[in-house]
Write a new protein. Structure first.
Length: 247
């Protein structure tokens, strides 16, 4: 039916059929890939794990050796339906999972839909990114910061951090502007020294902070010194620095 509609009425449009849209951790994708791989074009799963990369790698492993080996992998639902998006720890983990899903190889996610954008179900049952009257919760601002760093198909790089508590991502946009994002979901504060000399050697950066005090707001500027970006990163926070080529 879908193929008929597109070929008849939308001949210039490409369609995708997502499958199996199953609950997180399920083995159903493996069965679908073995039994009906020609009936869909895109592998799509749900994943509410704190670290989405484990199940992502498992599903990609199942696609190997099937006709869907090079197909896109989407996460149709992720985030939380149990914890409010006003929770700071959850918000920071949203950033970390987006970084994980941007990594090349078996961790890579081609597309996703977070659940839930708005409050869902009975009152107080599942608090979304946006509450009553459009109230923006911490998770909303965390995603907004992450989108600043990644949106637009930017080239991605993954600097090595000086602690396993930290997760970092650097991106390069079409105008050669560089974005450095570092997230710390522990209570310990750190001084970060990031060598981004392969992307940019001199320049000024605009610093944005996400924390319990500041929700994705500009908090200052930073000048590269010896190709290094050096800055303090408070506990339970994230920093995004944009190095504009014009500066």
């Amino acid at each position: 039916m879908i193929e008929f509609v597109y070929k008849t009425y939308l001949p210039d449009r490409t369609y995708r059929i997502h499958c199996p849209k199953t609950v997180g951790g399920s083995n159903l994708p493996a069965s679908a890939l073995q039994e009906i791989p020609n009936y869909f074009t895109t592998v799509n799963v749900h994943n509410y794990d704190a670290d989405i990369s484990n199940y992502t790698r498992k599903v990609r492993g199942w696609t190997n050796g099937t006709v869907r080996a090079n197909s896109q992998l989407w996460v149709g639902e992720w985030g939380s339906y149990e914890i409010s998006y006003g929770d700071l720890s959850l918000a920071l983990n949203l950033i970390k999972n987006l970084i994980r899903g941007s990594q090349p190889g078996d961790n890579y996610i081609d597309g996703s839909h977070i659940f839930c954008l708005y409050d869902w179900g009975k009152l107080g049952q599942a608090e979304g990114l946006l509450g009553d009257g459009g109230k923006r919760r911490a998770g909303y601002y965390a995603l907004r910061m992450r989108i600043r760093a990644l949106q637009g198909g930017k080239a991605t790089f993954f600097p090595i951090t000086n602690s396993s508590d930290l997760m970092a991502l650097a991106t390069l946009d079409a105008s050669k502007n560089v974005y450095l994002l570092v997230v710390n979901d522990r209570a310990t504060s750190y001084t970060v020294n990031a060598d981004i000399s392969e992307l940019i050697k001199t320049g000024n950066g605009t610093v944005r902070e996400f924390s319990s005090k500041t929700m994705d707001e500009v908090v200052g500027s930073l000048r590269l010194k010896g190709c290094n970006a050096s800055f303090a990163l408070a506990g339970n926070s994230a920093i995004l620095i944009k190095f504009d080529r014009q500066n």
